[in-house]
Ligand binder design. Structure first.
Ligand SMILES: Cc1cc2nc3c(=O)[nH]c(=O)nc-3n(C[C@H](O)[C@H](O)[C@H](O)COP(=O)(O)O)c2cc1C
Length: 205
C-alpha cells in the first residue's frame, strides 16, 4: 500500500483502454471508497455516475479538455482513451458547496484505482451542458469533476520545479514531466522565533 500511495503522484493522462479494463469503475464502486470518505458536517452531498460502455465513453470523451499546457497534444488517441469515467456530482439539495468533499472523494477514488492496478486523471475541464444532456442529469445536480480511469500507459517523471514554472511538458520520447515544488517550499514557518527547532520525527498515539 505504501508503494502504491507514492506511485500515485504519477497518475497519467494517456491510458490503455480495452474492454478488459472497462469494469474498473464497478470495482472501485464496490470498494466503497466514496461511501467511507470523510465529508464536511457528514452531509455527503457528492454523488456519482459510472460510465464504462464504449458508446457512452465516446460521448463523454468529447466533452472533456485534456492537458491544457500541451496545446499541440489533442488528447489521448483511440486505444489510449479511458476505459471508464466516474462523473462526480454535487447534489445542491444537500449542501451549497462541495469543493473539499469532491477533492477528498476524487483522491480516495484514484488511490483505490492505483491499489487495484489502474491509473487515472482528474478532469476539471468539461462541457457542463453537454455532459448533462448525455447523462440526463437533473437540475438539482452539478457536475463537479470527472475521473478518467484506465491502465497507465505513459511514463511520468516528477521533477523539481524551476523558476516557479508549473507547466508540465513532454520530451521527444513522449515522457511526461511534471514539475513539483520542493518540500521546503511547501512547509512554511511564520513563527517569529525561526531558530526554534522542529522535531525531525513525531510519535503519535
Ligand atoms: C481539480 C483538478 C482538475 C484537473 N483538470 C484536468 C483537466 O481538465 N484536464 C487534464 O488533462 N488534467 C487535469 N488535471 C490533472 C492535472 O493537470 C495534474 O494533476 C497536474 O498536472 C499534476 O500532475 P500529476 O497529477 O501527474 O502530479 C486536473 C487535476 C486536478 C486536481
Amino acid at each position: 500500500m505504501q508503494k502504491n500511495i507514492i506511485t500515485f503522484v504519477k497518475i497519467c493522462n494517456s491510458l490503455t483502454s480495452s474492454p478488459k479494463t472497462a469494469p474498473i469503475a464497478g470495482s472501485i464502486n464496490r470498494k466503497r471508497c466514496l461511501r467511507l470518505s470523510p465529508s464536511g458536517r457528514n452531509l455527503q452531498p457528492v454523488k456519482y455516475i459510472l460510465c464504462n460502455t464504449p458508446e457512452l465513453n465516446a460521448k463523454v470523451f468529447e466533452t472533456l479538455g485534456w492537458a491544457g499546457y500541451l496545446p499541440e497534444w489533442p488528447g489521448p488517441v483511440e486505444g489510449e482513451r479511458p476505459s471508464a469515467y466516474i462523473v462526480m456530482l454535487h447534489d445542491t439539495t444537500i449542501a451549497a458547496n462541495t469543493t473539499i468533499d469532491v477533492g477528498i472523494f476524487a483522491q480516495s477514488m484514484l488511490l483505490q484505482a492505483v491499489e487495484l492496478g489502474y491509473g487515472g486523471c482528474m478532469i476539471g475541464t468539461f462541457h457542463q451542458g453537454k455532459l448533462r444532456e448525455i447523462l440526463s442529469i437533473p437540475g438539482q445536480f452539478n457536475v463537479a469533476l470527472v475521473i478518467a480511469l484506465g491502465k497507465p500507459k505513459e511514463e511520468v517523471v516528477v521533477e523539481a520545479m524551476k523558476n516557479n514554472d508549473v507547466k508540465y511538458w513532454r520530451d521527444e520520447q513522449q515522457v511526461h514531466h511534471v514539475p513539483k515544488r520542493a518540500p521546503d517550499e511547501l512547509m512554511v514557518n511564520f513563527r517569529k522565533n525561526k531558530k526554534e527547532k522542529i522535531k525531525a520525527s513525531v510519535s503519535i498515539g
